[in-house]
Ligand binder design. Structure first.
Ligand SMILES: [Ca+2]
Ligand SMILES: [Zn+2]
Length: 397
């Protein structure tokens, strides 16, 4: 049977045009930092200590409640509590000899190191002790230095090192530090919230988009709300269940190197900066992940695991938010519905078409209510899942 796509709307064309424009815009590069002029400050670095529950150092910049001291080294301070705190160190670092310098942070959880306004070490987000490094060419002189760190739970580690011309890798000596104002701040307009409303459905959804770590993806502040404004009602047609709450808010957060194009966790959707920089038109990915947020399945039994990703790709297919993605139209060698995703979505679509019944809405409802049983398929079609799968395999060439 032919694949069906939702009709392309005028809105979609506007969106595609906007995407094409943004895709052609060059990414802004931070200029190489210039040495400071004027007299050096007093010895030491300023340390701000925050008691806070954050999962990125980007959040520290906007917190006003901290204690401030002057320290002579970048290290965990005496008196910091065990969990849920953040640190900002800032001042100037004295570079005696021009050349290429490498800076290192080892941290549990996240940290970043900036020279001037340039991010040199990106080691942010929750993780165990991890070393990251970055290199930068510097002239002789003093440069603004900013190191930010946060600790969530369990262990806490912060070590900073450098190496450069004539300098072996090791801690930065205290006599290199002088006090100077903080020059790093994070653009507040990289976080936006758009409240979407569908009055006829009596549904609202506050959509927060955070591109602080996706500076080339500023268009997502408009694109993501537009995609949801257009397609969320059709998603709810499939996924909403009477008397069960819908999400009131959702956050889309861009982050580097998450190890997948996207994932949904803890009521928010994390988008991979590299994936979406290369594939900014992967709008169906938003639909897939948003499906997970609405699914909110409880106690999914082991034999229903395939349905979680299968239904997410089924909804993605039914919505047809983009044309860059498709699922098989018939059985192909190697397909396995138990893997979920497109194989399962193709199987579910085939069952509904072949037997002319709705399967996904009742299965979704049962999963949401924690009442799923595999014999739902038999009730709907007269066949077990295995029997259906055997029939589906016969659609192959
Ligand atoms: Ca930790
Ligand atoms: Zn998924």
């Amino acid at each position: 049977m032919p694949l069906t796509h939702a009709p392309r709307s005028a809105q979609w064309f506007l969106l595609a045009t906007a995407l094409a424009l943004y895709a052609s815009a060059a990414l802004a590069q931070e200029p190489s930092p210039a040495p400071l002029t004027g007299p050096a400050g007093e010895p030491g670095l300023t340390l701000r200590y925050f008691e806070c529950d954050v999962d990125t150092v980007l959040d520290l910049d906007s917190l006003d409640d901290y204690t401030e001291t002057v320290v002579d080294a970048i290290a965990l301070p005496e008196g910091a509590r065990d969990d849920y705190f953040g640190l900002e160190f800032f001042g100037a670092i004295d570079i005696a000899e021009a050349g290429e310098y490498t800076f290192y942070t080892t941290s549990d959880d996240g940290s970043r190191l900036y020279i001037g306004k340039s991010l040199v070490v990106q080691n942010d987000y929750p993780h165990g002790a991890t070393e990251k490094s970055g290199a930068i060419a510097l002239q002789a002189g003093r440069y603004p230095l900013y190191v930010a760190y946060f600790e969530g739970v369990v262990d806490q580690v912060l070590e900073v090192a450098w190496e450069g011309p004539g300098i072996e890798k090791g801690p930065i000596p205290s006599d290199r530090f002088t006090q100077h104002e903080k020059v790093v701040s994070f653009p507040r307009d990289a976080v936006s919230t758009t409240v979407l409303e569908w009055p006829e459905l009596d549904v609202t959804l506050a959509v927060t988009v955070d591109t602080r770590d996706g500076q080339g993806l500023a268009q997502f502040h408009e694109v993501i709300p537009a995609v949801l404004q257009e397609h969320y009602p059709a998603m709810l047609d499939i996924l909403a269940v009477e008397d069960m709450p819908l999400p009131e808010a959702i956050g889309f957060v861009v982050r580097p190197e998450i190890g997948a194009p996207a994932y949904a966790s803890g009521g928010r959707i994390v988008l991979d900066e590299g994936w979406f920089t290369a594939n900014p038109d992967d709008l169906g990915c938003f639909i897939h992940e948003m499906t997970h947020i609405v699914q909110a399945y409880r106690n999914t039994p082991r034999d229903a695991g395939w349905l979680v990703e299968g239904i997410a790709d089924y909804v993605r297919h039914k919505i047809g938010a983009d044309e860059r993605w498709s699922i098989p139209t018939r059985y192909r060698d190697g397909m396995d519905y138990t893997r979920g995703y497109g194989d399962a979505a193709a199987f579910l679509i085939w069952i509904e078409d072949e037997y002319d019944v709705e399967v996904v809405p009742p299965v979704n409802e049962a999963l949401k209510r924690g009442r799923y049983r595999a014999d739902l398929f038999e009730e709907r079609t007269g066949k077990t899942i295995e029997e259906l799968w055997n029939e589906y395999q016969e659609t192959g060439e």
